[in-house]
Design a binder for this molecule. Structure first.
Ligand SMILES: Cc1ncc(COP(=O)(O)O)c(C=O)c1O
Length: 400
């Protein structure tokens, strides 16, 4: 009898965490490494949010809470959905989990049966297909080409839907591409979904506040209110509030689904950290004025990276609408050999050669389901980004 579960053989460890770990190991040996693989802001959690957490500890708010969130946080989330997205949810339609990741995981565990299909545009956030597999479902990926701005077309969505489709996972602005769907582009997709009433929408709005230039964020239930009753709108405080370590994510959706998610959570982790929940109340209710200056910083960094990468023969780097990632194509470099003698036959080979020979850590496109590309997370200093892009330029110039 095998000791490990068969389920485990269906999934792979997160490649983004693997690349980050490899870079940390090299750094520990004294190598000069620039890490561009981790998906988190480099700035600190704002002071007023930290103060709310300290106050919660001092007030003894350190015990178990309601499984899916304290009433104060649910109220703050309802207010946030109304304020930012024009969405009406009651507290009973809200769930809070240990990060958006747990909310997504619970949702898929609570709803998927063997044979159920989940439509996922590629490139995708690495965890979506594996979570679907863990929950016993079947991921159906739809390639979003560079030529269409890494966005899928309505025809592609239509073609991917079958009678077995349970969910369509939507993520805009996207990790890994930073691509954001405009209201009219999203409306075209929701029009398709209106023709398929059995398909539910799992929208991951984690990068909502990181929207740049003319791009305005929008979410499916806002663009097509008729989808409200079959949409789970997932969000969190990790990215916009620089709170990745606090582990608070949340969602709004129909009450029976929220109850099913609560059941899974009650038998696994119980409530998310009480102190983090109080910090999240402050994040959502408190001042939002630091978000705009942070975005200005992200725009500047995005532009540094895009400009320097586009100067390289063989790399095409579209300028994304949001998040803090770029996803350049390296189609023009495949088949070449590095100065260290490594054949660049895949984007994984490119990422490994780059790390070994220049110390720049990024994540290869195959991890996200669309090759040959790589993802850079530009949530780091201008100096580190300039240094990293100079090293990438030198590395590519030396390819033969
Ligand atoms: C697209 C996307 N969704 C969800 C998450 C999970 O965020 P958290 O669990 O920190 O809320 C991430 C984190 O990288 C992400 O990039």
């Amino acid at each position: 009898m095998a000791f490990l579960s068969d389920t485990l053989s269906r999934v792979k460890p997160s490649p983004t965490i693997a690349m980050t770990t490899k870079a940390q190991e090299l750094k520990a040996t004294g190598r000069d490494i620039i890490g561009l693989s981790a998906g988190e802001p480099d700035f600190d959690t704002p002071d007023h949010i930290k103060a709310a957490a300290i106050a919660a500890i001092e007030a003894g708010k350190t015990k178990y809470t309601a499984v899916d969130g304290i009433p104060e946080l649910k109220a703050a989330i309802c207010a946030k959905f109304k304020r930012d997205n024009g969405l009406d949810y009651t507290p009973a339609q809200i769930t809070v989990g240990t990060g958006g990741k747990q909310v997504l995981y619970n949702t898929l565990m609570a709803t998927l049966n063997p044979g159920d299909e989940v439509v996922i545009p590629a490139p995708y956030w690495v965890s979506y297909p594996d979570m679907v597999l863990l929950a016993g479902g079947t991921p159906v990926t739809v390639p979003a080409a560079l030529e269409t701005g890494f966005k899928i077309t309505p025809d592609q969505l239509e073609a991917a839907i079958t009678p077995q489709t349970k969910w369509f996972i939507f993520n805009s602005p996207s990790n890994p591409t930073g691509a954001g769907y405009s209201r009219s582009e999203l409306k075209e997709l929701t029009d398709v979904l209106m023709r398929h009433p059995h398909v539910w929408v799992l929208t991951d709005d984690m990068y909502e506040h990181m929207a740049y230039g003319d791009f305005t964020f929008c979410t499916p239930a806002e663009v097509e209110p008729a989808l409200h009753d079959r949409t789970l709108t997932v969000n969190g405080v990790s990215k916009a509030y620089a709170m990745t370590g606090w582990r608070i994510g949340y969602a709004g959706g129909p009450e029976p689904l929220i109850a099913a998610i609560r059941k899974i959570q009650s038998q696994s982790t119980t409530n998310p950290c009480s102190i983090s929940q109080w910090a999240a109340v402050e994040a959502l209710n408190g001042p939002q004025d630091f978000i705009a200056p942070n975005n200005q910083m992200f725009i500047r960094r995005r532009d540094i990276v895009c400009t320097m990468l586009n100067q390289i023969d063989g790399i095409t780097c579209p300028v994304p609408e949001g998040a803090f990632y770029v996803y350049p194509s390296i189609a023009g470099l495949i088949g070449k050999t590095s100065a260290g003698g490594r054949l660049i036959d895949t984007d994984e080979a490119f990422a490994i050669a780059l790390l070994e020979e220049t110390g720049v850590a990024l994540v290869f496109g195959a991890a996200f389901g669309l090759s040959p590309n790589f993802r850079i997370s530009y949530a780091t200093s201008d100096a580190a980004l300039t240094d990293a892009c100079t090293r990438i330029q030198d590395f590519c110039r030396a390819l033969t």
